[in-house]
Design a protein. Sequence first.
Length: 318
Amino acid sequence: MPSISYPASTTTITGAVTIPGSVTVGNFPANQAVTVTNTGTAQAIPINTATITPTASTNNSTVVQLSPNAVFTGTAEDVSTFTDLDVSILSDQDSAINGASFQFSIDGTTWNFPLAFSVIANQGVYLSIAPRAQFFRLVYTNGPVTTTTLNIKIFKYAVTRSTYQTNVESNVIAGQGVDVVKAVLNAEAPNGQFPVTTFVNVQANTAGALLVDTSASPGGNDVNLNGLNTFQTSQYAVDTTAVQITSSPLSGRSSLGLKALTISGSTVYIGNDSSVTTTTGYPLVNGDSLQMDLIATQEIWAISDNAGQTLCAIEIGD
């Protein structure tokens, strides 16, 4: 189908041309004239002009100020011919919690499908909302302080608009509308070889922790990405004879941190049993730290080249 787009001021088709259907003329501003001159046999030529001029929602926009906890209730309007509602709200006072309620209705009487946001004082809110039903209204509930600069503007668009956008280095601030994305993570199974490979969905347990198999066998170990439950700290005097560190380890320990506090020129050496020496151990001088994923059943020992040294330990539990 032929298509004519603004800003070309004149498009001429000469000669014998057959155009089945209609000619679509799109992206024209509202004040752009479209003229069709037919010099041959009289024939109806349908012209479809598409514009993106928004329609103001006067029934649900307001600049009327609200007293404490007062409510503005907009009037139902048919939004069935629109794909986006652009909402801009600015207030010098906080709204009630979820005070900006965008409500939709099948019949214009019973209001369901609500979408609610909280408005923070002096922080502009922009939302682009797709209609949930034929009719729409805004119900705005003010917070505990009278507003002096409340301004709510809503425009209806027949084209899809963007949602909230921000700089990549900025966090999404509270009260802004964002797209909700649900996705499935898919990973290559062990021993997969190109071009024949097997991909499986990554799973989680009922608590939302990812299930990670640390071996190539079926099954898996829960890796909890939430905060760990417990930890304990201790300090040990380290001399020239090997001493066991965390001889009464934290139950369920998964990680161990060590830090040396030594006299200048002295070194503490770390090993995995009582045979550790100053020539076989891992050295730590004053201020050095060591972090290891170490279960409670694994022993750890320390020895120093000089008496009177201190080794600090922190154990992390699952």
